[in-house]
Design a protein. Structure first.
Length: 157
């Protein structure tokens, strides 16, 4: 009886490990290191979605192949960038990355009358730092920190 219980528990652990590791996937913050870096529709020679300035920060969600990273641009577009055009800055737990559901005000303090830091476009990706009283403390891909109303965010990816 004891052996069956141990085998059952091990089976549960083995079956839930892929779920746990998928929910804790790491994304990478990256910085564009060349001027006019092209973001493409697919890895390799394909249509250009946009070009990014040197210094622009993006989120890499995966390595598409040996030459390209799949990225999210600051304005929320998803595309592919050549590996030699970016440099890794650090990783982020994808479970903490959210995006705005509409036009959102990034404020200095968690209240409506607080100083406006920036207005974020719909679909802008942010990293959640903390949540309290209907407000979420976030960090933008560009590194700006502030507060947004929690009901204006949804989980990314």
């Amino acid at each position: 009886m004891k052996r069956k219980l141990i085998v059952s528990l091990l089976l549960i652990v083995v079956l839930t490990l892929p779920t746990l590791s998928a929910s804790a996937a790491k994304w990478t913050y990256m910085k564009v290191i060349v001027q006019d870096a092209r973001v493409r529709k697919s890895p390799g020679p394909s249509d250009i979605i946009t070009s990014l300035d040197k210094g622009t920060k993006v989120i890499s969600t995966a390595r598409a192949n040996k030459a390209y990273y799949k990225i999210i641009t600051p304005d929320g577009r998803v595309g592919y960038i050549f590996r030699d055009h970016v440099r890794a800055l650090g990783s982020a737990d994808s479970g903490k990355v959210y995006k705005t559901t509409g036009k959102v005000n990034l404020r200095r303090k968690p209240r409506a009358g607080s100083t406006l830091i920036k207005t974020l476009k719909a679909g802008t990706y942010v990293k959640v730092l903390s949540v309290s009283g209907g407000w979420t403390h976030v960090k933008t891909v560009e590194g700006k920190k502030g507060y947004v109303r929690s009901d204006l965010l949804k989980k990314a990816g």
